[in-house]
Design a protein around this ligand. Structure first.
Ligand code: KE4
Length: 432
């Protein structure tokens, strides 16, 4: 039987760099042929050969309800008939802004955009405009989209300025971006002692899904908050992945329970708030957001910002996940997946550690949960790839990279979780 995924991949590679419109989809990290998805429904999607998979990618987070939720389909179809895009304000943008502000106490005002990259880029510009400062602090292993100023890698050893991770980014553009080690309090203290008065913002993934699943420790997060306050820098939470995914209060809600009175100054959102359509957002206190055009001097714009079809998709998604019991069920199923995988790995004698929060999970082929990027990257790539393809061959689709997180949707059933654990048991035996 011809492998239609392979045939499509060859065709795609002739016209699209790497055959994909986003690098991680090319399976470069894991090898093999990317699956071209033809359709999806609930917790599943089917590839070009008609093979069904239990979907733990959830489009990298957005599909928290599962694919094709009836209420979302209905809202999107209705919005499409009313009009795809006007380039003029609509009531539904206000409703979505109201829903976000109501669910995220740290946000007074919000601006809608079309991607997490745009939201992260605009947040940086706004922080610099609002403070009149240039320096940005970010952490190795955190990804905030591909805006030039954020494509910076940590140099060897201590904190470093301006080593671009990508060609095409001149060192001048990243000279004010300082990269520190995640969860390293000493380095954080030293950086603020040296540069504190120049720091416009510190941007962080509170639970780093771009390192698979690494939590900021409470002492570390506490110091991020205190040092930003002390030096007049803005604390920006990149919740593109964690927003409305790890809980109805997002990750800042998790930390507010652990650190009394905790809240960030700025928040970047995306993924879930768009429900799978191109929609992201950034928000902050009123006095910061009012620096934005057309009110203030910081320019930011977008043809499709607040797109009427995307806002219908996002707003309906938010309303559905806020229904009583949704998050309790999602959390229970995610926890049961993580516990099942851990038990299976232990039974097979495979070094394994896993963690989850709400509908987001991560696991590592190592006995202890890693606390930073360097540790995450000590994972044996080949063993992860064997696990990835072993699960894929058994109809379970997890992230095609060891540094990416996993996601459960409201459509996943206990049977799906059991089937996933059974498949993993099989593969762990091979790995042992
Ligand atoms: P987008 O521009 O891809 O919508 O969002 C960028 C972004 C910003 N912040 C965080 C914390 C993110 O995780 C992302 C995007 N995440 C990746 C997956 N790790 C999206 C998948 C992809 O790049 O194809």
């Amino acid at each position: 039987m011809t492998d239609r995924n392979q045939a499509l991949f060859e065709r795609a590679k002739a016209l699209i760099p790497g055959g994909v419109n986003s690098p991680v989809r090319a399976f470069k990290a894991v090898g093999g042929t990317p699956r071209f998805i033809e359709r999806a429904e609930g917790a599943y999607f089917w590839d070009a050969n008609g093979q069904r998979y239990i979907d733990y990618i959830n489009s990298w987070g957005p599909m928290i309800l599962g694919h094709g939720h009836p209420a979302v389909l209905e809202a999107v179809q209705k919005a499409a008939i009313e009009g795809f895009s006007f380039g003029a304000p609509t009531e539904r943008e206000i409703e979505l802004a109201e829903a976000i502000v109501a669910a995220v106490p740290s946000i007074d005002m919000v601006r809608l955009v079309s991607s997490g990259t745009e939201a992260g880029m605009s947040t940086i510009r706004l922080a610099r405009g609002a403070t009149g400062r240039k320096t940005i602090i970010k952490f190795e292993g955190c990804y905030h989209g591909h805006a030039d100023a954020l494509l910076v890698k940590a140099g060897s050893g201590l904190a470093t300025f301006g080593n671009p991770t990508s060609a095409g980014v001149p060192p001048e553009v990243v000279q004010h971006t300082l990269v520190l080690e995640y969860n390293n309090v000493e380095q954080l203290e030293a950086a603020f002692a040296q540069h504190g008065k120049d720091v416009a913002c510190l941007i962080i993934e509170p639970i780093a899904g771009n390192m698979n699943f690494v939590r900021a420790s409470v002492p570390f997060m506490k110091r991020c908050r205190e040092l930003c306050t002390e030096h007049g820098a803005l604390l920006a939470f990149d919740e593109v992945m964690t927003g409305f995914r790890v809980g109805l209060g997002s990750a800042q809600g998790v930390y507010a329970k652990l650190i009394p009175g905790f809240e960030p100054d700025m928040t970047v959102m995306g993924k879930v708030i768009g429900g799978g359509m191109p929609l992201a957002a950034f928000g902050a206190k009123r006095e910061v957001m009012e620096q934005l055009a057309p009110l203030g001097p910081v320019y930011q714009a977008g043809t499709l910002s607040g797109n009427p079809v995307a806002t219908a998709c996002g707003l309906t998604t938010l309303r559905e996940i806020q229904k009583p019991g949704f998050f309790e069920e999602l959390t229970r199923k995610t926890r049961s997946l993580v516990d099942g995988l851990t038990a299976a790995a232990n039974e097979a004698g495979i070094p394994f550690s896993a963690d989850c929060e709400g509908g987001m999970f991560g696991f590592f082929l190592m006995p202890e949960l890693p606390q930073n990027y360097a540790k995450v990257m000590t994972t044996d790539n080949a063993r992860f790839n064997t696990l990835f393809h072993g699960l894929l061959d058994r109809g379970v689709y997890i992230a095609p990279a060891l540094y990416e997180a996993g996601f459960v949707s409201g459509a996943h059933t206990d049977d799906d979780i059991a089937a996933t654990v059974a498949a993993a048991k099989d593969v762990f035996k091979k790995l042992a």
